[in-house]
Design a protein. Structure first.
Length: 301
């Protein structure tokens, strides 16, 4: 199964390549595939015209107050942007933007494929007939909290961060469709679970790639399902979210490897997909009630 390409800065509008913009944090090197994030620091006032990109942009104003003027989707608008305000630019839309004062912002790009998945599965319509409306400096508490959660994950990434980010990206995609979409809302159909062969394929993918950074997009592709449907169907099928199952599978692999003296604890942590030995110890203790070292000693008795 070919995974989604890593989401890189070159696929964005390039706002942080403007003079006076200093990126403070970026997901560029973290291998995220469903989302790209960049956090600025002391961004100077600017004016620019942005060519369309395929994916959706959501901007959270972290600090400062500035007057924003933009043109997008055939309309012109001016708003005062305060800390906590949200701006949404739909995929495929070019825009011009004028920011009058210095600010700090977090920019999140969400894959268009996720938006389309939500439109198909929850709105039961062709994505080409559905429009997400642009908004400038609006209040949206849920999007604000979701982006802040992404900022926290960006500051302290671990090997399982991609699964967490995938989930946050899907929640944001669903929220954009349901709150900012231009058609009437319809209830989502209930999940009916995974077929046995689909569940087996997902489990096999985990076992074969346990030492790698596995995202829900990878598991969904292995099961030949859309990511939005897979996440809830997987949990319905086995009672665990994909992230929880992945952690338990890693712990089981650790337990098997601890029964031999072939690898050090540090090597085992790396081979089982943990960030480092301390991370493995924390997770192992949570699942098993003891440390890997103690477990290895008890197995020798």
């Amino acid at each position: 199964m070919t995974p989604l390409n890593v989401f890189r800065n070159e696929a964005t509008h390039g706002i942080f390549s403007q003079p006076g913009h200093r990126p403070h944090l970026s997901s560029e090197s973290l291998g995220w595939r469903t989302m790209f994030m960049i956090v600025g620091h002391e961004e100077a006032p600017f004016r620019m015209n942005c060519m369309p990109v395929g994916d959706y942009l959501v901007v959270l104003q972290l600090k400062g107050t500035t007057r924003l003027h933009w043109q997008v989707q055939g309309k012109s608008e001016t708003q005062m942007a305060l800390a906590g305000s949200i701006t949404v630019v739909p995929g495929g839309e070019g825009f011009s933007l004028d920011a009058e004062s210095e600010t700090n912002t977090a920019h999140v790009y969400i894959r268009r494929a996720l938006i389309d998945d939500v439109i198909v599965e929850s709105m039961r319509t062709d994505p080409r007939r559905f429009t997400v409306e642009a908004c400038l400096a609006a209040r949206d508490p849920l999007l604000e909290q979701l982006i802040l959660a992404c900022v926290a994950a960006l500051k302290h990434p671990i090997p399982s961060t991609s699964l967490y980010i995938d989930k946050l990206a899907w929640v944001m995609a669903a929220h954009l469709v349901h709150k900012h979409g231009s058609t009437s809302k319809e209830p989502s159909p209930p999940a009916v679970g995974l077929q046995r062969r689909q569940l087996d394929r997902a489990r096999e993918y985990i076992e074969e790639n346990l030492g790698c950074d596995i995202g829900i997009s990878d598991l969904a592709r292995a099961a030949a399902l859309s990511p939005v449907y897979f996440a809830r169907a997987f949990k319905q099928a086995i009672g665990l979210a994909p992230h929880q199952y992945l952690m338990s599978a890693r712990v089981e692999r650790v337990k098997k490897m601890l029964l031999s003296d072939e690898h050090t604890l540090s090597d085992i942590a790396t081979l089982c997909g943990f960030c480092h030995q301390e991370h493995m110890t924390r997770v192992f203790r949570r699942f098993c009630g003891s440390t890997p070292g103690a477990y290895r000693k008890s197995g020798r008795r």
